[in-house]
Design a protein around this ligand. Structure first.
Ligand code: S3P
Length: 190
């Protein structure tokens, strides 16, 4: 477990208070949604999945948004939904939020998160493991079809991902263990 402190300039939200906002980031297949749900349940907090919110708002799947409107439009919607989430739904309660794999890569989204004073946790795993998880999941990911592009995208995002405040390795660990590790690091960092 490594701590990255580059984004800690904003005041941290308190785990004992009502507004501890933890954003799970990482590449496709990192387990952000799966771990996020388990972690939120353990803590008794709300859980939000940004991709799910996008699909609900758009009334179409992420794959359809990419196919019908293109990635740029998807990114615009993604940023808008992130803003709405921070402004409207996350005011009162502590929550865990799973971000889509590309959301944290965009500097504008990182700025918004930093200004909001949220905690960011990177879930990491080797690219071969991430590819295996994406292939075995039923989730149709528009950017996971081509293995070589998948690996290139993974490499190109490492610098942005390294800006997360915390990093948790997930390879070979059951979901409950990853959730427990995040819970422990949140408590010890408070
Ligand atoms: C994307 C990851 C996806 C989804 C979209 C784009 C990406 O989310 O937001 O397909 O750019 O890495 P997951 O990371 O939950 O698969």
């Amino acid at each position: 477990m490594t701590r990255h402190l580059q984004m800690r300039s904003a005041p941290q939200r308190k785990i004992s208070g009502r507004e501890w906002l933890v954003f799970l980031i990482g590449f496709m297949g990192a387990g952000k949604t799966t771990v996020g749900k388990v972690l939120a349940k353990r803590l008794g907090w709300k859980f939000y999945d940004l991709d799910q919110l996008i699909e609900t708002r758009e009334q179409r799947s992420i794959a359809s948004i990419f196919a019908e409107s293109g990635e740029n439009t998807f990114r615009t919607i993604e940023s808008a939904v992130l803003n709405e989430l921070l402004e409207q739904q996350l005011k009162e309660d502590s929550a865990i939020v799973a971000l889509g794999g590309g959301a944290f890569v965009h500097p504008h989204n990182r700025d918004v998160l930093q200004r909001a004073g949220v905690v960011t946790v990177l879930l990491s795993a080797p690219v071969e493991e991430l590819a295996r998880r994406c292939q075995s999941s039923g989730n149709m990911r528009p950017l996971a079809g081509d293995q070589r592009k998948f690996e290139q995208l993974f490499e190109s995002r490492q610098e942005a991902y390294s800006l997360a405040q915390f990093r948790v390795e997930t390879q070979g660990k059951p979901v409950q263990q990853v959730a427990k590790e995040i819970e422990r690091l949140l408590k010890t960092s408070n």
